[in-house]
Design a protein around this ligand. Sequence first.
Ligand code: ADP
Ligand code: MG
Length: 703
Amino acid sequence: MVQKTMGSDCSPVAAKTGGEFFVAEDFVKLFEAFFDAKMRDAVTDTYSQWPKKHSVNVDYGVLDAFDPELCEKLLEKPDVVVDWAETALKHFTQSLFQEERALHVRFFNLPSLFEVPVQALGAEHLDRLVRVEGVVSWVTEIKPLMKVALWQCIHCGHTIKTATDKSAFKKPGLCQCGRRDFELLEKTGESNFINMQRAQVQELVEKLRGNAPTANVELWMEEDLVNIMVPGEKFIMTGVLRLRPVKEGKTKTAVYSKFLDVLHLQRMEREFEAIEISKEEEEQIRKLAKDPGLFEKIVKSVAPSIYGYSELKQAIALQLFGGTPGKVLPDGKRIRNDAHILLIGDPGTAKSSVLGYVSHIAPKSVFVSGESATAVGLTASAERDKEGEGWIIKAGAMVLANGGLAIIDEFDKMGLEDRGSIHQAMEQQKISVAKAGIVTQFQSKTAVLAAANPKFGRFDPNVPPAQQFNISPALLSRFDLIFTIKDVLDETRDRKMADHILLGHKTGLQKEPVTDEAILPAINLDLLRKYIAFARRTVHPVLTEEASEKIKEFYVELRRMGEKDKTFAITARQIEGVIRLAEASAKLRLSDRVELQDAERSIALVNFVLNDVFVDKTTGRIDSDIISIGQPKSRVDRMRTILNVIRSLEKQFDLVAVDDVVKEAVAYGLDDVYVRQLIDELKRQGDLYEPKVGHIKLSRKDL
Ligand code: ADP
Ligand code: MG
């Protein structure tokens, strides 16, 4: 083995000047010995697959076992050490295959000790090797990068090569003829091009708590590292933090932006990986699962400081666990296992508070508000790259929350474009982007918990709630459960709620731990979060015979009820929701079997929602058309009746008097006031118009 010179400086300058020169040489020899001893197979493999493979990946652990000092140097001066390693590799391929080949050496698997959180990346990490974990938020298209530029002197024809760095390429200083006018020879073959790509990662969503702002860092990738990243995926990156001047127009400023020059990429596979559960915690979790009051305890831990809303809290508890994933029908259709929940309610009814709270319990969640979501993008988008030409593919909240929960406040204020793409995201759990010739698809196995206000800000008690949703029927029908929250005047309830809120404020001031049961989460939040992650990771419940039978019965019974009036009380889409919630209920108990009790719990919740939102108040029956078409079937029928009446009257009179229409319609068994309401509604929709006060006319013949 080569004699090492200890403790000497190993900066590139030192390595190439005078007496220190041998130091670098010694390290190169050391690397040659390392490749010979530990990496023969890997090098042979890369060599034989060239040019498909460019790089030899060196495990930090293996190098550390070989020579810890070398590793220390690698962390401190990665540029120099990588240079040594690549030189050594060149020599090594020469000795092995009698052919020198320039391969990259990519170090990876740095111990987590050297992991730097994205938000902590700072000046102290500059030019050092770090390990960073993150989720990809955007990538650019790949671009050719001039790695070596060939310049020709326009006077004497002499050529000079310069290496480019990440920010700009350098013009050579002076030509041998003493002048300094060069022309860049751009043609491939003259100058040397490689592929490069920029991207951005942000802190892993599961590591963030609450609504902390997400830190991000830009990445720079070259050659075989391009075209690996897709927005929404998680990676462990090994790289060197560098600075680049920020340009404003053509002038450089004193402001620098940091970026990670990536040396190695490793995709992280499992979901919820970041949540570690120790053996003791697993024991605690299994013990908790046996608690007979488990479900109530979990429900009580969902937003305990918010008074009431028992069913909503139950639904959220189930949503956090989700149904059984990975079910695929024979025709290849994937069945979604995430339950989506929507709450629509009057202002000041704690919608935002509930949502905020849930973001603390969910092991993985992204919280966005509809108003601001347009800028962030809820799904995914292609945008113009501000720094270069071309496009950036950006992942939105639904992609970043993949495998977790997307919490969307002010759902009704979401931009139009996002509303359109969220359909596919919620049902197929994929998001496609097709723009500017870019066609890509992202995974979004994400459950949605959304909150919205009614159409006119507050519910009108005289109009069925379903007609006051400011969300398109197609989008509404994607939700498994819809809750309405009406701010009603009820003194007893108001009193209790005031007590509850006051209690929260009182205990909020105390320095000692809270002891009052009413507002204390029944389960420690940290444990609950781990419990949920554990259940999602390990339990995959299957329906038992009794549970299936119960669900079938429920479905058939509701359909039968509707048959008489030709209404659809429930559609097949909703039955999938019932199954999902039943599975979630089993998963919550850490049970692999969906039992009767789970089916019953799920049916009770679905029934609650059906009765609250889907009941057609005029007939007292459940009618799913309220959501899927936007109005109850009976109402559609009645509008038709009125239009028929008008049409027949138009045959007799030029102008039809409203009073005549009402008289006629009442004869068909409709209510006087209701008919006038519907006529107003038809006028608002533009189907009727009023040529003269008290008279109406059809605006189209085909109505
Ligand atoms: P929204 O988003 O529905 O407009 P907020 O979440 O902003 O309402 O709630 C307004 C305030 O009223 C919050 O401070 C919330 O805690 C309080 N509040 C409303 N309803 C309740 C309730 N049922 N229990 C406890 N606090 C409530
Ligand atoms: Mg709000």
